[in-house]
Design a protein around this ligand. Structure first.
Ligand code: FE2
Length: 508
């Protein structure tokens, strides 16, 4: 072959090779694309921020490309809402391995400062999010919204919409049951057009991812994430009902290996929630708001909860090896309490801590065995520690029950109060009056008050959230209730308000 011909043929082959592109593979439709607002492309799932510290905060988004690919996402954070003169910016790539979620721990920020952030990719821009760092070491006031139990199928997120409208919150604390694992109609209001996706009980990583994607396509859920940083913890339904370290009430052998399911659930949680990543994927942590509040978030499900019992008369009921936190977390918790220099110790707790006699209310057990009443040995350790170490100003928050509670938490001997417990109602998940006639619910509220003198307030029928306003002098707890779940509505009422003075574990 002469040199000219050789050059011609090799150039031709090169051109053919260049023309041969990798075929584009469309991103599979998980069923949620019908909810996409094309005006938000490719940031259909909005933005979020979370786990604020004095000089850093997590910012989050999800980008959805048309085809499977690596996507470069630009981010910027600015001290003004028009995103002028960003103080920090960068680019990060994401892909299928993390379900196209994007999470950045933005560092080097100013303390106690409001910031705005935005993402850019694939010729599109995200909504502008708002967030706030915490104070480093001053006594400034702190305001938190406390929420739990946001079952998509149970109703519209009117409570999230009301919280989104507030502009004086430091953060939203979500105590868990952020998603629910059930199949469509498994646990919700089946008259609403809010059926769960995927259309089955979620078990695999792909299932959990799709469920989060569906929840985060809701416009009110997006809005509340866009307007406030979240501090979240999981309860049971982020994996399966009444989960503990090695199993769950709603996990059957035919659902496959439990540990695989648990790891899938945890992976999707860390992908979709604006929580700070860590190697062990342990989630208990403390968020400090200056010297006013130490918010101590506990994991009462996956880190150390041991097997449940079915009855208080079971021999293992009071066994020392039955734990909610586990030895490692309990040691950490005690140390956080003892070394805290904040006025208020707010505990991000999931299930009710206070003893609560529910006998005669048709539950078949005199106490809720899934709550701290079901793990009496470890609760006693904590109660004794609070009393012996004279730890004051402890505000325990609780979710899980879908109902409102205010307890003066009694000491072991019942002679004094060791803490205050504030139970937040559900955002949407059903409570008593969805199942029982109203007269019976009102009667149950009365019975609970009589049987439990340390219970100062309960409401078993409303849905909404709690606002905690904390200053050096006092903590104010306010329960806000929405008027309906089965349709969008902007009506809410202040249902109850209590004041707790510094140094007094008394509800006024
Ligand atoms: Fe719940």
């Amino acid at each position: 072959m002469n040199a000219k011909l050789f050059f011609f043929l090799s150039t031709l082959l090169l051109l053919i090779a260049c023309a041969e592109q990798k075929p584009l593979i469309p991103l599979p439709d998980d069923g949620t694309t019908v909810f996409y607002d094309q005006g938000k492309k490719p940031f259909y799932h909005g933005v979020a921020s979370g786990d604020p510290l004095a000089t850093s905060v997590i910012i989050w988004t999800r980008v959805t490309p048309d085809n499977i690919s690596e996507v470069a996402v630009k981010w910027a954070i600015s001290s003004n809402s028009a995103m002028e003169n960003p103080v920090k910016s960068g680019t990060i790539t994401t892909n299928t391995a993390r379900d196209y979620t994007v999470k950045i721990d933005v560092k080097g920020l100013a303390e106690n400062t409001t910031y705005y952030y935005q993402f850019e990719a694939l010729n599109g821009q995200s909504a502008i999010g708002r967030t706030k760092t915490t104070a480093a070491d001053d006594k400034s006031a702190v305001k938190l919204a406390v929420v739990s139990c946001s079952n998509y199928e149970a109703g519209y997120y009117n409570a999230f919409a009301r919280i989104a409208e507030k502009d004086d919150l430091n953060a939203v604390v979500h105590l868990g049951d952020y998603i629910y694992e059930y199949q469509p109609g498994g646990y919700g209001d089946s008259t609403l057009s809010r059926k769960h996706l995927p259309a089955k009980e979620i078990i695999s990583l792909s299932d959990y991812r799709t469920r989060y994607a569906q929840y985060r396509l809701d416009k009110d859920f997006q809005k509340v994430h866009q307007m406030h940083p979240f501090i979240t913890i999981w309860d049971d339904h982020e994996v399966a009902n009444n989960v503990y370290k090695e199993g769950a009430q709603n996990h059957q052998p035919e659902d496959g290996d439990f540990m695989t399911r648990k790891e899938a659930a945890k992976q999707a949680y860390f992908e979709w929630l604006p929580v700070r990543d860590n190697a062990t994927k342990d989630i208990y942590r403390t968020v400090k708001f200056g010297n006013t509040v130490d918010l101590i978030m506990l994991d009462e499900r996956l880190a150390g909860r041991t097997y449940p019992v079915d009855s208080v008369s079971q021999s293992e009921f009071e066994a020392a090896d039955r734990t909610m936190l586990g030895a490692e977390q309990l040691t950490w918790f005690k140390n956080e309490l003892k070394t805290s220099d904040a006025t208020w110790k707010v505990i991000g707790n999931q299930v009710i801590f206070s003893p609560c006699d529910i006998s005669g209310l048709g539950f078949g057990s005199p106490v809720n065995l899934d709550a701290w009443d079901g793990y009496p040995y470890e609760r006693s350790q904590i109660s004794q520690f609070l009393a012996n170490e004279k730890i004051e100003n402890v505000i325990i928050t609780a979710g899980d029950t879908h109902s409102s509670w205010a307890f003066e938490v009694p000491s072991e001997d019942g002679k004094s109060n060791i803490a205050i417990e504030i139970g937040t109602p559900s955002i949407t998940s059903a409570n008593s009056d969805e199942y029982t006639p109203l007269e019976k619910v009102l009667q149950a509220e009365k019975v609970l008050g009589v049987k439990n003198p340390h219970l100062k307030y309960t409401d078993l029928k409303n849905h909404g959230y709690v606002i905690l306003s904390l200053t050096e002098a006092e903590t104010i707890a306010e329960w806000y209730y929405v008027d309906k779940l089965n349709a969008p509505s902007d009506k809410e009422v202040l249902g109850k308000k209590y004041v707790v003075k510094n140094g007094e574990a008394i509800l006024q």
